[in-house]
Design a binder for this molecule. Structure first.
Ligand code: BTN
Length: 267
């Protein structure tokens, strides 16, 4: 299938991206099913795609979220984009370090605008207070024990003011700061922070990335309410395992959870 069949490329604008490679090749699409799908198709159908290529969409008509959820975003109001990275230096066992680095990049770009209420909710949601500002869907293409390509899909609510009832937990930068933001300027800031964290990872500064991630983690070291295996309990997040599993301590006992196994309860 020709990837251009279901989308229209609308812009090739002046380059406001300051980094070395993330965002240097930017494709803005008027409409696409999902920027992750588009990038995946591009990778398998065309000549080599430069690392750091960003596909941004004004409208996604079949945006995908984590755990088979749909990702809804009001056309033209928000950031919905995917970045291609080739982290061949990362083993599959350490793939959660990429999740950490990408979350930190988004966090560090938004933090100067939004301040201390901003957090990373495990594993890779961006939260402001108790509300979700955005999330990411990272799809890795493996080659043996290594990650050949990573498609980093990021959705952030920026200028949307009203959310559907089933997204009651969502917020946007506009809802928080009462002003509109230029999507391309924010995108360029995010790309440059993502590149910086990616280069830290590449340089082997894994401990730094892991420490920063814990520093910015929502509910870290706080006594909170959770639900797992149908039971509610009080617990404290004490760590995130190297492989990304969440460690919660309850009644002096530490247990590890994957994404499907634990729910954060806001009570
Ligand atoms: C989540 O929190 O569930 C993850 C949401 C990820 C949404 C982004 S929008 C750009 C990219 N394309 C997709 O189809 N999904 C990701």
């Amino acid at each position: 299938m020709n990837v251009f069949e279901f989308s229209i490329i609308i812009t090739l604008q002046n380059n406001i991206f300051s980094g070395l490679f993330v965002g240097q090749n930017l494709l803005t699409l008027k409409e696409v099913d999902s920027t992750n799908n588009f990038l995946k198709n591009l990778l398998s159908n065309s000549k080599p795609v430069p690392e750091g290529t960003v596909i941004m969409a004004e409208t996604q008509f079949a945006g995908r979220g984590q755990q088979q959820n749909k990702w809804h975003s009001e056309p033209g109001k928000n950031l919905t984009f995917s970045i291609l990275l080739n982290p061949t230096f990362l083993s599959v066992a350490n793939q959660f370090d990429l999740t950490r680095a990408m979350s930190l990049g988004v966090f560090d770009a938004l933090q100067p605008h939004l301040g201390d209420e901003l957090k990373i909710k495990w594993p890779n949601d961006i939260y402001y207070g108790n509300k979700k500002l955005g999330g990411m869907l990272i799809e890795n293409i493996l080659q043996g024990e290594r990650i050949k390509n990573a498609i980093i899909g990021i959705g952030l609510n920026i200028n949307q003011e009203i959310f559907p009832a089933d997204a009651a937990n969502a917020t946007s930068v506009k809802q928080i700061l009462q002003r509109d933001y230029d999507l391309r300027v924010l995108l360029s800031e995010i790309c440059s922070h993502i590149e910086a964290y990616y280069l830290h990872l590449k340089a082997g500064k894994i401990d730094f990335v892991r420490k920063q991630y814990l520093n910015r983690l929502y509910w870290f070291n706080e006594s909170r309410r959770f639900k797992a295996a149908g039971t509610e309990f009080n617990g404290t997040i004490t760590a995130v395992k190297d492989n990304g599993l969440l460690v919660v301590k309850s009644n002096n006992e530490e247990k590890t959870y994957n994404l499907k196994e634990i729910e954060f309860l806001n009570k």
